[in-house]
Design a protein around this ligand. Structure first.
Ligand code: IVH
Length: 691
């Protein structure tokens, strides 16, 4: 035991608070979990030996107190206002004009001001009162004047400091305002486990956060990984901040999480652009936002503008279209993919989400359905944001009537009736029949698709017609279509011009290059990047046909599984014949991938690009990575150094987050390539699993 327990306890509190701040607020862990736990245990022991050392702001006191019977009312010192809405750029400009006019009316028309654009967090507004630097109360918004005392529950939120950091002089009293939210990953896990347990699920993270904060037992709240973004002050005696950016800077210095990407702009056009950027980024964020908030920066002008009713004139909520809706799950269909994977999809009553009518959503695999406990007939929450494929978030278990039916995967392929198999260790069920018509169709479609041979006019429907007419049975048949021009013209939906255009597009695809041909074959596990790497070690068709799995495994990103998959593809007599026929038809079957790796900030790092990266095609983003010395790879693993994720990033982003791989967006990538910011590194304590 320490020679000076009070001093040691104070030191431990400081160390733990600092570690907590680094982990939960700055997202930049500074110590190992084991060290943190040891400090906590030592502090608990000191406080047990001498209860006088147990201060209310001690980190051991986050989950304290017995369950409360109810939440006492709390009057906010300064009311918590709400915001008027602006739907679209025109309404935002109207708001700006009204604010200007109102300032002119009080003789401040010439005062210049800037605008601050913040994310509008879709969570639960709370007010945190600190007296002499110590958290004394936390309350919900309530009706804006009086909220509920949820102090015990808010104390369990690790991102909320129990004491203000010493970087700011502690004001006598300050009310900090922010939005408590549940991160999306945590929400999905939480709902899935509730559905499995037969408990009511939450329609969205906001409701889950609200439910968590209004728990009568703080130990229950402590189990939910709530977090907070802070954005304003209520009463603030002794805080010298003259503008919203200064308020945010004070909040950061005092230890509160403030979103790092808040824009300060000069005029309303730039504010419109900043709002559009938030809408674009929305799907890639780890928390829900339902808009952006635009605020006039200077507090003196804010005061001069005042409020109309409950809404200030100096701020406005720029609202986005909602991205979730509820509908009924009518059935679960099955698609058979190119590689034989049976992929279930939801068939739902049509519903508008994010401005688009949605009828179908992918369900990935049977584990996904079981994890979410989806049953046919369920009311379900559907989500769609940006370009993202619609997702079924959760069933509304509380709306079940008892008529709902659980789903079972078929035991035969719906396209060819071959009994399905589930290879050991894989989640996906597969049709093992290589001649399965569904797989052949998908393979041909993939071959003709954009990133592959890019044959314009040879989309899904055309491929199906040509296949049904017996004109295209494998990919090589595409190049024999010239001999069947008259038959094609006679098919429904074809005319002479469209047929000629199609044949011309087929001709033009012959020299896409050998790496694209390898990719176009649709071999399982062989994406565009892997195909390029294979072309480097097997720079011609003959070299590929002669290559042993060991030789293929020398290609970047090709491990035994991928090499085996290639070998299996090439072991099929039909596949080999198709390849030789492609060569005979004049398709390029030679040549290396080309782009030599450069030197730069990404040298030696393995980078995955996923989702759509604004202003760059994915291929351009990958080229930029390679030019900067990086290795662009297809799949995320524990060895991945960085994931660049744009809107629409799905499972790769989720996996990166699970493995603790740093994630950057397009703006980060640009800054990294410019050398203006360092490459983010994975947290030191993280080990990651290789799944
Ligand atoms: S400012 C007068 N900033 O949106 C200032 N509010 O619809 C009012 N909200 O009650 C709040 N993100 O709960 C502000 N960056 C942000 C916000 C934000 C979310 C919530 C807040 C407010 C509601 C109004």
């Amino acid at each position: 035991m320490s020679a000076d327990p009070p001093a040691r306890a104070a030191e431990l509190r400081r160390l733990i608070d600092e570690a907590n701040h680094r982990y939960h607020v700055l997202d930049d862990p500074s110590v190992d979990d084991a060290v943190y736990d040891a400090w906590m245990r030592e502090l608990q022991a000191l406080e047990e030996a001498d209860p006088a050392l147990r201060t209310p702001d001690s980190p051991t006191q986050r989950v304290g107190g017995a369950p409360s019977g109810q939440f006492a009312p709390v009057r906010h010192l300064v009311p918590m206002l709400s915001l008027a809405n602006a739907r679209g750029p025109d309404e935002l400009r109207d708001w700006h004009r009204r604010a200007r006019d109102a300032l002119a009316a009080v003789g401040l028309g010439e005062e210049p001001f800037r605008l601050v654009v913040e994310p509008k967090i879709d969570g639960l507004a709370v007010s945190l009162t600190y007296e002499d630097g110590v958290l004394v109360r936390g309350a919900t918004r309530g009706d804006g004047a009086v909220g509920e005392d949820v102090t015990a529950n808010l104390r369990t939120v690790r991102a909320i400091p129990l004491r203000l950091r010493a970087d700011v002089p502690a004001p006598a009293r300050v009310e900090v305002r922010g939005e408590v939210y549940l991160p999306l990953g945590a929400f999905a896990d939480f709902n899935a486990s509730r559905a499995r347990a037969g408990l009511a699920t939450f329609a969205n993270p906001r409701n889950a956060a609200a439910g968590s904060l209004r728990q009568l037992d703080p130990r229950v709240t402590a189990e939910r990984p709530l977090s907070i973004w802070c954005y304003s002050l209520g009463a603030a005696e002794g805080v010298a901040a003259e503008s919203q950016p200064e308020v945010l800077a004070w909040l950061r210095a005092a230890g509160f999480p403030v979103h790092p990407d808040i824009a300060v702009v000069d005029d309303v056009d730039e504010a419109v652009a900043a709002c559009a950027r938030w809408e674009e980024r929305r799907a890639a964020l780890d928390f829900d936002i339902d808009g952006a908030v635009v605020k006039i920066d200077r507090r003196a002008l804010q005061a001069a503008l005042g409020a109309v009713g409950r809404a200030p004139r100096w701020a406005v909520a720029y609202k986005f279209a909602p991205t979730t809706a509820t509908t009924t799950l009518r059935g679960i269909g099955i698609n058979v993919g190119r590689t034989g994977a049976l992929v279930p999809f939801a068939q739902m009553d049509p519903v508008e989400v994010g401005g688009v009518v949605v009828r179908q959503a992918t369900l990935h695999n049977q584990d996904d359905i079981a994890r979410k406990d989806l049953r046919i007939g369920d009311r379900v929450v559907v989500q769609r944001a940006g370009d993202v494929i619609p997702q079924v978030v959760a069933p509304l278990v509380q709306e079940r009537t008892g008529e709902e039916r659980p789903f079972a995967m078929p035991d035969r392929c719906p396209a060819c009736a071959t009994p399905v198999v589930q290879p050991p260790g894989e989640v996906q069920m597969r049709c093992p029949n290589r001649s399965c018509p569904a797989q052949i169709l998908q393979t041909i479609q993939h071959f003709a698709s954009r990133g592959a041979m890019d044959i314009e006019g040879l989309g899904e429907k055309t491929v199906a017609k040509l296949h049904d007419a017996g004109l295209v049975r494998d990919v090589a048949d595409i190049y024999a279509l010239h001999a069947h021009e008259a038959e094609i013209v006679a098919l429904e939906g074809f005319k002479e011009t469209s047929t000629r255009n199609l044949l011309r597009a087929i001709d033009a695809s012959r020299d896409r290059g050998w790496p694209r041909v390898i990719y176009a074959l649709g071999i399982r596990h062989v994406g565009e990047i892997t195909a390029r790497a294979i072309a480097d070690v097997a720079p011609s068709l003959d070299a590929l046909l002669a290559a042993s799995p060991e030789e293929l495994a020398r290609a970047e990103g090709v491990g035994p599984v991928v090499a085996e998959s290639i070998a299996e593809h090439l072991s099929s007599e039909d596949n080999r014949r198709a390849l030789l026929r492609l060569r005979e038809a004049g398709v390029t079957t030679e040549g290396e991938a080309g782009q030599a790796p450069g030197e730069g900030p990404l040298t030696g790092l393995s980078v995955v690009v996923t989702g759509t990266v604004p202003d760059l095609t994915r291929d351009e983003a990958r080229r930029a990575v390679v030019a900067a010395g990086g290795r662009a790879t297809d799949s995320v693993s524990a060895r991945t150094d960085l994931v660049v994720a744009g809107p629409g990033a799905g499972s790769k982003l989720a996996k990166a987050e699970r493995l603790g791989v740093p994630v950057a967006d397009a703006a980060d990538l640009a800054a990294i390539l410019d050398g203006t910011v360092p490459v983010p590194r994975r947290a030191a304590a993280e080990t990651g699993d290789a799944t």
